[in-house]
Design a protein around this ligand. Structure first.
Ligand code: KG4
Ligand code: ZN
Length: 344
């Protein structure tokens, strides 16, 4: 079964074809970074308009590159939420029209479930054992989730304020490093001198699995003060900020694994592309015997491949087909339908 996946929930237009027998057939991705850069963040109206502009051409490119006809598509999967409502509506409108024209089913995919399953896009790597813990760290979400089986998600902890990616973006803005903040901070931190700057790790001295990143942003603001910092100070602050986030995420993951007695940790979402965060998580795993699973770096940030893969799994079970495909800008992860237990 070949599924076309469409992702337009934020600032990436992603399309992909996924086959349950052969895996990923092809994918295309257009980033809107250049469009939003000058505003220091995503402008929802501009995002929606750009998705409208890019989708038809991207679909044609995807089919040409994959050597496939549109008629070979057996189902259409589209991100239905969470995300920006206007941006979601563009993808959903396209998916519904294509499904109607092709007389195939369409399904709405939960964006965070797609992130959570993106590690399956790395062929040949050992699969995590169920139940596993997932750390989802993106621009809009920061959550620790106990995955009992695919579709059965228990949220163990979440951010009380900013998401981890949002903290990277806002800190990069404070440091005048540009947008998106994650890669900009990672690049600046390479020039930083360790130990020159220190921040306290938020929420680590409190029990539980919730996160909070807005205080860390305030620590950064206090550290740089009113003057424009030198390039070296910005690098030192970027390094300390990144290290603090990395240690906080690793500390909370250790706690989640201990509390649940689970050995496998899946990490996903844009922030999981960060090398320093991966190193901290790997170090935690070496100390505890946990196994950490990551998506390939190119599938950490938003893409159509993870949506095609997730939709393919759900479309394989007719009971999962949504009769109503509408945008759900706020869609709690624990409201999803479980897949049947024999699903691997
Ligand atoms: O998953 P994603 O592409 O979109 C959402 O679903 O939000 O995540 C985007 C977020 C942005 O906040 C971006 O700054 C962050 O992921 N990000 C990173 C890195 N690459 C992207 N954060 C830290 N280090 C990175 N290398
Ligand atoms: Zn995302």
């Amino acid at each position: 079964m070949v599924t076309l996946g469409i992702e337009t929930s934020c600032d990436e237009t992603g399309l992909a074809l996924y086959d349950d027998r052969h895996g990923l057939i092809g994918q295309v991705l257009a980033s809107q970074v250049a469009l939003h850069e000058r505003y220091g963040g995503v402008v929802p109206e501009l995002a929606a308009r750009d998705h409208i502009r890019k989708l038809p051409l991207l679909l044609r490119t995807l089919l040409e590159r994959s050597g496939m006809e549109l008629g070979a598509v057996d189902g259409v999967a589209v991100t239905a939420g969470p995300g920006l409502v206007g941006a979601l509506m563009v993808g959903i409108g396209t998916a519904r029209s294509l499904a109607w024209a092709l007389q195939v089913p369409a399904i709405g995919v939960h964006h965070m479930e797609a992130h959570l399953l993106a590690h399956r896009l790395a062929p040949g790597t050992p699969a995590p054992q169920l139940p596993f813990v997932a750390l989802l760290v993106s621009g809009g979400h920061t959550m620790l989730v106990l995955v009992r089986r695919i579709g059965v998600y228990e949220v163990l902890g979440r951010t009380l304020d900013d998401a981890a990616g949002e903290a990277f973006d806002k800190t990069a803005q404070l440091l005048d490093l540009g947008y998106p903040g994650g890669p900009a901070i990672e690049a600046a931190a390479r020039e930083g001198v360790p130990g020159r700057c220190r921040f306290t790790r938020p929420m680590m001295n409190r029990p539980g699995l919730d996160f909070s990143f807005s205080g860390l942003k305030t620590q950064v603001r206090d550290r740089i003060g009113a003057q424009s910092p030198s390039a070296q100070t910005r690098a030192d602050v970027a390094l300390a900020f990144q290290q603090t986030v990395a240690e906080t995420l690793a500390g909370k993951c250790r706690r989640a694994l201990e509390m649940t007695g689970v050995a496998d940790l899946v990490v996903a979402g844009g922030v999981s592309a960060n090398t320093s965060i991966r190193l901290s998580l790997d170090e935690m795993a070496r100390g505890t015997g946990a196994r950490v699973h990551y998506p390939p770096p190119e599938y950490c940030t938003d893409n159509g491949a993870m949506v095609a893969l997730t939709g393919n799994l759900r479309l394989a079970q007719p009971s999962q087909h949504n009769t109503e495909l509408l945008p759900r800008p706020r869609w709690p992860l624990d409201e999803l339908m479980p897949l049947t237990p024999d699903e691997p």
